[in-house]
Design a protein around this ligand. Structure first.
Ligand code: ATP
Ligand code: MG
Length: 569
């Protein structure tokens, strides 16, 4: 994992961090090759977007913004089988949520089906494409391997007239699926497999979500993509490293065709995040096999899941900036993402007190029936967030774990005879524990120091521990959902032989805690709001939450291992 050095304290410094793509763009603008830049984000609508896509979105839209160009959103919907309108809508929602806008530049590869067809006939007429009758199995066999050269198709030398006639009849639906393809005529001996007469069109009698039953043939990705880029006037076509070997084909098509421009394809390393899978196929399997509650399960690496969990677009954009752009594949530590989330929420999340595992605490020298109120800062990082009132009474609850009957050395929380501070309220000392028949502690009897109001004493006496608490008279029960990593293996591309990702599912990735007790001020919490529950973590109000039955997702805990780690470096 190689991202530690990318942490910079200074935002301005980060904003000017350059990379090899910026260098190319700056050179092209300086030389006058382009007056302004046009990038695109081209998702295939066959699943929900994930954090890897977020990197690509931030990169493409971010570059367009920084260099006053524009970025298109283009649905690469050339494969009719797997696509769905639900995905199209979710992708648009996610890009907007991340804070980017394509304006009027929304496109679909299927908008270019007519043009792509016309260009295919152009290739045939130029003697650069032919109709091939080999089956898919035969195609594979003829293609050869990295060490074995390919073999020419027996149909490679058909006349232009015959090719045109057959291709038009393919389009008219005269032939069954799989019986014929249109192929580029390049070089079966090329060391690059992508250049061995690749298929351009295949017969597919499938309904398309936008063109209906208009087409019986559909163009392949490599052909569709470069032509779409050129038709839209894209200047820099940024894609992930696995397309590096496809670049000669990208350029070949554009060199043969009368397209308006020739975009430059630039590859960068995709984001791989520790303890995560990012293949849409596998994410779909998780959903279909009910291993998660849906695409927006808060444990999913999808943007929808992260949004529901309470991650902010600012944090995700910050993360994308920090991981940077490189040519070398690597695995990014998921703690870096959590660090970005904490950094952002620390500034904006109001503080509240919630007790996860409550135990009764009675202040025996506090008058019965008396209720007083304390002022509590909503956010120490942001004085403009103001203060709130918190009720205090004789009957309270604290965390069970904050009391120890047999305190270890250095224990600074509550124990018999020990004094601690109740946040915002008073110093208290524990004098007695009450147990049930089974010997379990069910109540703590304490006394308070009336002179320590607000959590400070006149004599300046210090206590080490400060505990959160709620007032039993006014607290409300809430449900907390505590999340952990979905998988137990850091590098999911490195599974043991014979194992699948299902063998690495973390059984503790979701822990539901019911009947937690929250301070009364949370009564009004609205869906989507962020809070920091003191000492417990950052939380977000889940969309299934209702007044009287509040549900909070833990976004991230407060332990800031990343910050500690990076300070040491
Ligand atoms: P999958 O292989 O899971 O189907 P994909 O890469 O085919 O994903 P697309 O919808 O084609 O998904 O991706 C849209 C864009 O997002 C592409 O330009 C792709 O390069 C980019 N992208 C996808 N995954 C990542 C990633 N992990 N990191 C950076 N960019 C990515
Ligand atoms: Mg793809």
């Amino acid at each position: 994992m190689d991202t530690k050095e990318n942490i910079t304290e200074n935002k301005e410094e980060k904003a000017v961090t350059s990379n090899f793509i910026r260098s190319i763009i700056e050179r092209d603008l300086a030389s006058g090759k382009h007056k302004s830049i046009v990038t695109r984000f081209p998702p295939e609508p066959n699943g929900y977007l994930h954090i890897g896509h977020a990197k690509s979105i931030c990169l493409n839209f971010g570059l367009a913004k920084d260099y006053q160009g524009r970025c298109h959103l283009r649905f690469d919907d050339s494969n009719p089988v797997k696509e769905d309108v639900e995905y199209v809508n979710s992708i648009m929602e996610d890009v907007h949520w991340l804070g980017f806008d394509w304006g009027e530049h929304l496109y679909y590869a299927s908008d270019y089906f007519d043009k792509l067809y016309e260009f295919a006939e152009y290739l045939i007429k130029a003697g650069k494409a032919f109709v091939c009758d080999l089956s898919w199995e035969e195609l594979k066999e003829y293609r050869g391997t990295l060490t074995v050269p390919g073999k020419d198709s027996p149909y490679r030398n058909r006349s232009i007239e015959e090719n045109l006639d057959l291709f038009r009849r393919m389009k008219a639906g005269e032939f069954p699926e799989g019986s014929r393809t249109l192929r580029a005529k390049i070089d079966m001996a090329s060391p690059n497999l992508n250049m061995r007469d690749p298929v351009i069109y295949r017969i597919k009698k499938t309904h398309h979500h936008r063109t209906g039953n208009d087409w019986q043939i559909y163009p392949m990705y490599d052909y569709t993509h470069c032509v779409s880029d050129a038709l839209e006037g894209i200047t820099h076509s940024i894609c992930t490293l696995e397309f590096e070997d496809h670049r000669p084909l990208y350029d070949w098509f554009l060199d043969q065709l009368p397209v308006p421009c020739h975009p430059q394809q630039i590859e960068f390393a995709r984001l791989n995040l520790a303890y995560t899978i990012m293949s849409k196929r596998l994410l779909l399997e998780l959903v279909n096999n009910h291993l998660v509650s849906g695409w927006d399960d808060p444990r999913m690496p999808t943007i929808a899941g992260m949004r529901r969990r309470g991650f902010t677009p600012e944090a995700i954009r910050d993360f994308s900036e920090r991981i940077g752009v490189s040519k070398a594949n690597s695995l990014v530590d998921d703690e870096l993402l959590m660090f970005c989330v904490r950094e952002d929420l620390n500034k904006r999340a109001e503080r509240r007190m919630v007790v996860v595992n409550p135990i009764k605490l009675t202040i025996t020298n506090y008058p019965e029936g008396k209720i007083e109120e304390f002022d509590a800062e909503n956010n120490p990082e942001d004085p403009s967030a103001g203060k709130r009132k918190i009720k205090f009474s004789r009957n309270l609850h604290i965390e069970k774990d904050d009391f120890s009957e047999n305190p270890v050395k250095g224990w600074f929380r509550l124990a018999l005879g020990k004094e601690v501070r109740l946040k915002y309220a008073y110093y208290i000392t524990c004098n007695e524990v009450i147990k049930n028949e089974k010997g379990e502690i069910i109540e703590l009897l304490c006394t308070y120091d009336e002179k320590s109001r607000g959590g400070w004493t006149e004599d300046g006496r210090k206590v080490k521990g400060t505990l959160h608490w709620v007032c039993a008279e006014s607290a409300i029960p809430v449900e907390l959902r505590l999340y952990d990593r979905l998988f137990t293996l850091a590098d999911m591309s490195n599974m043991e032989e014979g194992k699948t990702y299902q063998d690495y599912l973390n059984p503790n990735s979701l822990i539901v805690k019911q009947n937690c007790l929250a301070e009364e001020n949370l009564q009004e919490a609205k869906i989507g709001e962020h809070y920091q529950f003191l000492r417990i973590g950052y939380f977000n109000v889940d969309y299934n939450s209702k007044p009287g039955a509040l549900i909070f997702n833990r976004i991230v805990d407060l332990k800031d291992s990343w910050a500690k780690l990076s300070k040491k470096i």
